[in-house]
Design a protein around this ligand. Structure first.
Ligand SMILES: *Cc1c(COP(=O)(O)O)cnc(C)c1O
Length: 386
C-alpha cells in the first residue's frame, strides 16, 4: 500500500556502515535502518548466528518452552536489573504489552478506568493504543476515535506530572521515553527520570520507559535509564535488540513483573528461536567488542566536530544528543536535506521537520564519522546560505 513516501533507491548489499544500491553505487549509512542495525550491516557474527539457528530450528510456538528465548530473557534481566520479559515483534507491540500491563495493574487495584500519563511530542508506535499514546497529531489524524485512558503532559516538566498526581485518582502508570527520538532528539535535564521515579513511587504508579530507540546501547549504556541510577517498573525494547531481525520485548520488575498471568497476553511469533538467537548474538558482540565505550566516544567526537564546523553558521539552532543519537536543529524546515544527502551518497534522517537526526551503527570508525560530519556540514552550509 502507499504508506511510505520512499526515496528512489534500492539497496542490495550491506557491509558495516556501507550500503550498495542496484547500480553498484556505495553509500555511507548514518541511519542504520532507523536505529536498528547497531552492529552495522551483515556483521559476520550476527550473520553466522542467524544461519546456524536457521539450520537448527526456526520456530516452534510459545505453547512450549523456547530455550533461546529463556537465554535471552536471562541475559536481558542481567543487563537491566529487571525481573522478567515478554517477547513480541516490534516497538509498538512492546508498548502495547506495557499499556495492557498497566491497565491490568490498575484493575487489580480496583481502579475501573485506569489512566496512563503520556508526553507531548512522544512517539510510541502506530497501533491504535500506541498512536493514541503518541504526542503527535500527524500519526493520529484520520484514525479517530482514539482510545481513552491517557492524559498528556509536557515532556521534561516534573511540575506538570505533580499536578496530575494531585488531581487525578485514576492514574496507574506513566509512559515516557528517556530521550525523545522521533519527537526531535529531545534530551531531558539530568534529574528528570529521578523526579519521575520519585512521584511514581509515592503514588504507586508504574514508571514505564519506552526504550525502543534509546535501549540496547544507543545512549552509551545498555539502557538509557542507567544514566540516572534509577530502576523503572517496565521497559520496552525493539529497534536495536535483534540487530535487524524483528523482535521486541517488554521487561518488568517487582510488582509489575507479577501482573500478567497465563492467558493475559500472547504472541504467535514473539521470541521464536531464530530472532532470539540473533538478539543473543547482538548482545554478545556489543559486550565482546566493548561497543558501549565506543558509542560514548564516537558520539562526543561527532558532536564536537559538528560544533566546530558549524560554529558561526547562522540558522543552526542547537546540536544535541546522547551516545550515538545526535540531533542538529535548524531554524527552518529541512526535510529536503535527506534527498541532497542521498545525492552525496550519505544516509541521514530529518525528524520533527527541523531536526537532522544521526543514528550511526556502533561499529562506525572515527574516519567514517569524519566523512559523515564533513559531508553533512557542507550540505547544511549550502542549504542555509542559499
Ligand atoms: C520506533 C519507535 C517505536 C515504534 O516501533 P515499531 O517497531 O515501528 O513499532 C516506539 N517507540 C519509540 C521510542 C520508537 O523510536
Amino acid at each position: 500500500m502507499n504508506t511510505y513516501a520512499r526515496l528512489p533507491v534500492t539497496f542490495v548489499k550491506g557491509e558495516g556502515v556501507w550500503l550498495w544500491d542496484d547500480q553498484g553505487q556505495r553509500y555511507l549509512d548514518a541511519l542504520s535502518g532507523v536505529a536498528v542495525c547497531g552492529l552495522g550491516h551483515c556483521h559476520p557474527r550476527l550473520t553466522k548466528a542467524i544461519c546456524q539457528q536457521a539450520q537448527t530450528l526456526i520456530h516452534t510456538s510459545n505453547l512450549f518452552r523456547v530455550g533461546k528465548q529463556e537465554q535471552l530473557a536471562t541475559r536481558l534481566v542481567e543487563l537491566s536489573g529487571m525481573d522478567n520479559a515478554f517477547f513480541c515483534n516490534s516497538g509498538a507491540e512492546a508498548n502495547e504489552a506495557a499499556i495492557k500491563l498497566a491497565r491490568l495493574y490498575g484493575h487489580n487495584k480496583g481502579i475501573a478506568l485506569p489512566t496512563i500519563i503520556v508526553m507531548e511530542r512522544s512517539f510510541h508506535g502506530r497501533t491504535m493504543a500506541t498512536l493514541t499514546a503518541s504526542g503527535n497529531r500527524k500519526v493520529q489524524a484520520g484514525f479517530e476515535p482514539l482510545m481513552t485512558g491517557f492524559v498528556r503532559v509536557p515532556y521534561n516538566n516534573l511540575d506538570a506530572v505533580a499536578q496530575v498526581a494531585a488531581n487525578n485518582k485514576e492514574v496507574v502508570a506513566l509512559l515516557v521515553e528517556p530521550f525523545q527520538g522521533e519527537g526531535g532528539v529531545n534530551i531531558p535535564e539530568v534529574h528528570y527520570l529521578q523526579g519521575l521515579r520519585e512521584i511514581c513511587k509515592q503514588k504507586d504508579w508504574l514508571l514505564m520507559l519506552d526504550e525502543v530507540q534509546s535501549g540496547i546501547g544507543r545512549s552509551g549504556k545498555w539502557f538509557a535509564f542507567q544514566h540516572s541510577g534509577i530502576f523503572p517498573d517496565v521497559v520496552t525494547l525493539a529497534k536495536g535488540l535483534g540487530g535487524g531481525v524483528p523482535i521486541g520485548a517488554c521487561l518488568a520488575k517487582g510488582i509489575a513483573a507479577e501482573v500478567f498471568k497465563p492467558g493475559n497476553h500472547a504472541s504467535t511469533f514473539g521470541g521464536n528461536p531464530l530472532v532470539c538467537a540473533a538478539a543473543l548474538e547482538t548482545l554478545a558482540v556489543i559486550s565482546d567488542e566493548n561497543l558501549l565505550d565506543h558509542v560514548v566516544e564516537l558520539g562526543d567526537f561527532i558532536r564536537n566536530r559538528l560544533s566546530t564546523q558549524l560554529a558561526n553558521q547562522k540558522g543552526v539552532v542547537d546540536i544535541r544528543g546522547q551516545g550515538l543519537i545526535t540531533g542538529i536543529e535548524l531554524s527552518v524546515p529541512c526535510v529536503d536535506l535527506v534527498k541532497k544527502a542521498l545525492e552525496r551518497k550519505l544516509l541521514i534522517n530529518v525528524t520533527s521537520d527541523k531536526v537532522i537526526r544521526l543514528l550511526p551503527a556502533y561499529v562506525m570508525q572515527q574516519s567514517e564519522a569524519e566523512q559523515v560530519v564533513d559531508i553533512l556540514c557542507s550540505l547544511i552550509k549550502e542549504f542555509l546560505n542559499n
